[in-house]
Design a protein around this ligand. Structure first.
Ligand SMILES: Cc1ncc(COP(=O)(O)O)c(C=O)c1O
Length: 448
C-alpha cells in the first residue's frame, strides 16, 4: 500500500529488512561514529506523520527528525514553496545583499515572538548557531563577560554553545578547555528537585542557589551578561521549568541588568501548543533562540531580540548561508501551515494524549513522571517510583520495542522517552502511539 493511503504503521518485513541492513553496514563503515542511533530505521520517504523505510515498512513518526518536521514530512505547501524558490533563486547571501524573503520572515518572527516593542532578527543555519550568536550578542551588548546556563540543558555543540550545554558529559568529554566565563546553576527539576531532593521546593531552591551561592561566591551579578535557559529541557528529558522559577529568574535579570535568553530551539515554533513554551510562564525574555521546527526540515536558525539589544555594528557577526532563500521560503510556508491550524492542533492533541496517559503512574510501576506541554511530552522511567532510581536500560528497551511495532520515538535524558510528533497528527495516530507505548510498558514490566 502506498504511504499516502496510510494513517497507521504497516510492517511487511522483519526489522531491519534486507535493504536496511545493507545500508546500515555501509553507513557504519564510513559515517562518523559520533552519531547515536537507537534502532536501525533506514528512511526512504515521508508523508505527514508517516515514514516508509527502504524495505517498504511504514512507521508512525513520533520523533519528527528530532522535533523538526513540524508540519509533517513533505507537507505539500512546504514542498511547493521550496520548489518555487529553488527554481527562482537558491542563494544570494543575505549578509551582503537583500532579498524579500529575509525581510518577510524577520517581520513574521518579530510578530510572533514573545517580546514587546521593536525587534530585530539574526539568521543562522542551526540551533547551535542561533545560540552562538546570542552568546556573542549578550557579551557585545552588555560589555559583560559571564554567561550562566543550567544543569541538564542542551544548547548545541559548537565550542561556544557547548560551553553552555550541561546535558551529558560525553558531549563535553575531551573537548575542553571550553569557553571561560560560563557558569552553571541547578535546573529546577520539579520531579527530582534542584539537587535531586525536595522536588516541591525545586523552583525556590534553584533561585536561592543563584542569589546565595552563584552571585556571592562565583560571579558578581554585574559581571553577568546573560542567563541562557530552556523553558522546557529537550535533550535533558522533556522537563519543564516551573513558571514561578522562570518568573523569579526574570526578576533577577531585571534587578541586575542581566539579559534573559530563552533557548526555544526545541520547545518553540508551536510545539507546545503555543508559539513559545516561555509564554506559559508569562515571562518576557530579551532574546529567543529558535531553529528545528522553524522550516520543517530545511536548515535555519534565528535569534529574535529586542531591537535595543541587537545593537551590533556591521561586520560584527554574519553567516554566508544563514537565512538562505530556500530555507526561508520553507519557513514562511511552515508558519502559514501552523497558523492555519497545526498550532491549535498541537494543543488539542497534547491534551488528548495527556488525558490518555492520566492514569499511567498508577497502572505502570515503572512510570515515574509524565510531563510537558502540547506535543512536547516526556515520560520518565524508573525502577522504583518511591526511590526514583533511574531505569535507562528499560527506556532503551521501550524504544526498540516501539520500533518493532511501527512507532518511532526517541529517548531524552538518561531515562526518559520523548514524544515529539509532527504537529499535524490526528486523534487516531495519537491514540495508536499511546496504545503502543502502553503495551510496550506492560510487556516490559512483566519481564522485570
Ligand atoms: C534546546 C536546543 N538548543 C540547541 C540545539 C542545537 O541545535 P542544532 O542541533 O540545530 O545545532 C538543540 C538541538 O537539539 C536543542 O534542543
Amino acid at each position: 500500500m502506498h504511504i499516502a493511503e496510510l494513517k497507521l504503521p504497516h510492517l511487511i518485513t522483519p526489522l531491519p529488512g534486507p535493504k536496511a541492513q545493507q545500508i546500515v553496514e555501509r553507513d557504519h563503515r564510513v559515517v562518523s561514529p559520533s552519531y547515536t542511533r537507537d534502532y536501525p530505521l533506514v528512511a526512504r520517504t515521508g508523508r505527514g506523520a508517516l515514514v516508509e523505510d527502504v524495505d517498504g515498512n511504514t512507521f508512525l513518526d513520533f520523533a519528527a527528525g528530532i522535533a523538526v518536521v513540524a508540519t509533517g514530512h513533505c507537507h505539500p505547501q512546504v514542498v511547493a514553496a521550496i520548489q518555487k524558490q529553488a527554481a527562482e533563486l537558491i542563494h544570494m547571501s543575505g549578509t551582503d545583499f537583500y532579498y524579500e524573503g529575509m525581510a518577510a520572515l524577520a517581520e513574521k518572527l518579530a510578530e510572533i515572538a514573545p517580546l514587546t516593542g521593536p525587534k530585530r532578527v539574526y539568521f543562522g543555519n542551526s540551533g547551535t548557531e542561533a545560540v552562538e550568536a546570542a552568546m556573542k550578542l549578550a557579551r557585545y551588548h552588555t560589555g559583560r563577560p559571564n554567561l550562566i546556563a543550567f544543569h541538564g540543558c542542551f544548547h548545541g555543540r559548537t565550542m561556544g554553545a557547548l560551553s553552555l550545554t550541561a546535558s551529558k558529559s560525553v558531549q563535553r568529554k575531551k573537548f575542553g578547555p571550553l569557553l571561560a566565563g560560563v557558569f552553571h546553576a541547578p535546573y529546577p527539576n520539579s520531579y527530582r528537585g534542584a539537587y535531586g531532593v525536595r522536588s516541591e521546593h525545586a523552583a525556590a531552591d534553584a533561585l536561592a542557589y543563584i542569589e546565595n551561592e552563584l552571585f556571592k561566591r562565583i560571579t558578581d551579578p554585574q559581571d553577568v551578561a546573560a542567563f541562557f535557559i530552556e523553558p522546557i529541557q529537550g535533550e535533558g528529558g522533556y522537563l519543564p521549568a516551573p513558571a514561578e522559577f522562570l518568573q523569579g529568574l526574570e526578576r533577577l535579570c531585571r534587578t541586575h541588568g542581566i539579559l534573559l535568553v530563552v533557548d526555544e530551539v526545541q520547545s518553540g515554533m508551536g510545539r507546545t501548543g503555543k508559539w513559545w513554551a516561555s509564554e506559559y510562564a508569562g515571562i518576557e525574555p530579551d532574546m529567543v533562540c529558535t531553529a528545528k521546527g522553524i522550516a520543517s526540515g530545511l536548515p535555519l536558525g534565528a535569534v529574535i531580540a529586542k531591537a535595543e539589544v541587537m545593537d551590533w555594528k556591521p561586520g560584527a557577526h554574519a553567516s554566508t548561508f544563514g537565512g538562505n532563500p530556500v530555507a526561508i521560503a520553507a519557513s514562511l510556508a511552515t508558519i502559514n501551515v501552523l497558523e492555519q491550524g497545526a498550532l491549535a492542533n498541537a494543543a488539542r492533541m497534547g491534551e488528548f494524549i495527556f488525558g490518555q496517559m492520566a492514569g499511567w503512574r498508577e497502572r505502570h510501576r515503572t512510570v515515574g513522571d509524565v510531563r510537558g506541554k502540547g506535543l512536547m511530552i516526556g515520560i520518565e522511567l524508573v525502577r522504583d517510583q518511591k526511590t526514583k532510581e533511574k531505569a535507562p536500560e528499560l527506556r532503551n528497551r521501550i524504544l526498540e520495542m516501539a520500533f518493532h511495532r511501527g512507532l518511532l520515538i526517541l529517548g531524552a535524558g538518561e531515562n526518559s522517552l520523548r514524544l515529539a510528533p509532527p504537529l499535524i497528527i490526528d486523534e487516531e495516530q495519537a491514540a495508536f502511539a499511546v496504545r503502543t507505548l502502553d503495551a510496550c510498558l506492560s510487556e516490559a514490566e512483566r519481564g522485570l
